[in-house]
Ligand binder design. Structure first.
Ligand SMILES: *[C@@H]1O[C@H](CO)[C@@H](O)[C@H](O)[C@H]1NC(C)=O
Ligand SMILES: *[C@@H]1O[C@H](CO)[C@@H](O)[C@H](O)[C@H]1NC(C)=O
Length: 261
């Protein structure tokens, strides 16, 4: 299938910093057209619309302007985060995206809690796994057989949930690998995607596990159409009182790989 076929250019190894203010990834597409004054105006107009609607509904896809200057935008928060976290994330995203990509019409920014994208080409509803970022824990699991069995069935289960309508693209869950070890996973598609495209996006992400995440204690796949993450510690909401996310202490163990179309 064509979308399995993209050739991967790989840039390796910068250490992930997880200050919540830092983007997980950003793309300013050099191959896209340069902005014109009218496009710039439309981008400046669509961003507050996206911020407002996404703060309220957790998701927004819209357009602004007409003709060649028309701008399409999409923003979405991770489905488990609070309205407040969603709102502050998307505000930050709207601010940052303009400063790192002032001159191109195709820009995207990913944070742990939200995603924002715009383009003069209409991408709404289109499956896009061309640009991707994989974050993996450098540490390996001690029992790959049990781990991969548990991971496979958990992924199958939550991917199915994410794809059905009514789920808002979100699937999450956990599974006990041993009395002392629990695996947590969360997947999410952008809400503009039809069910089949959501399934395809998640299948492509999981299909790349053997390449980038094989036997890793944690891994994250970031695409424009979907997001996949698993960890051996709780990282999604609601966290119960006993659970402290270990994120900050373990994050220095992560490395990233960027894939391009
Ligand atoms: C770039 O802009 C031209 C017109 O200004 C348009 O015809 C073309 O489709 C645009 N290309 C992309 C990739 O958006
Ligand atoms: C994990 O396993 C891979 C492949 O066997 C190996 O190259 C790597 O060094 C291991 N990482 C650690 C931290 O031991």
């Amino acid at each position: 299938m064509a979308f399995f076929n993209h050739y991967l250019l790989i840039f390796i190894l910068f250490v992930l910093s997880v200050e919540s203010a830092d983007p997980s990834a950003q793309l300013c597409n050099d191959n896209s057209n340069s902005t014109t004054p009218q496009i710039t105006k439309n981008i400046d107009s669509i961003l507050p619309k996206l911020v407002q609607a996404t703060s309220q509904f957790g998701y927004s896809a819209t357009s602004f302007g007409h003709g060649e200057a028309q701008v399409f935008g999409l923003a979405q928060c991770r489905g488990d985060v609070s309205t407040q976290d969603c709102s502050s994330c998307i505000q930050e995203a709207a601010k940052e995206i303009r400063s790192f990509c002032p001159n191109k019409v195709d820009a995207r920014i990913w944070y742990e809690y939200c995603f924002l994208r715009y383009n003069t080409q209409n991408f709404i509803g289109e499956l896009d796994t061309g640009f991707g970022v994989f974050y993996y824990n450098v540490e390996n699991v001690t029992d790959p057989k049990t781990f991969n069995k548990g991971l496979g069935s958990l992924m199958y289960q939550i991917n199915t949930v994410a794809a059905v309508s009514g789920s808002k693209g979100l699937g999450k869950g956990e599974t006990k690998l041993s009395p002392f070890l629990t695996l947590y996973a969360l997947v999410q598609c952008t809400r503009d995607l039809p069910e089949l495209s959501c399934r395809q996006c998640l299948a492509i992400a999981v299909g790349n596990f053997p390449t980038y995440c094989e036997n890793k204690k944690g891994c994250r796949v970031i695409y424009s159409s979907c997001y996949v993450r698993y960890e051996l510690y709780p990282f999604f909401f609601p966290l119960d009182d006993k659970q402290t996310p270990l994120e900050s202490s373990s994050m220095t163990n992560y490395r990233s790989v960027v894939t391009k179309p």
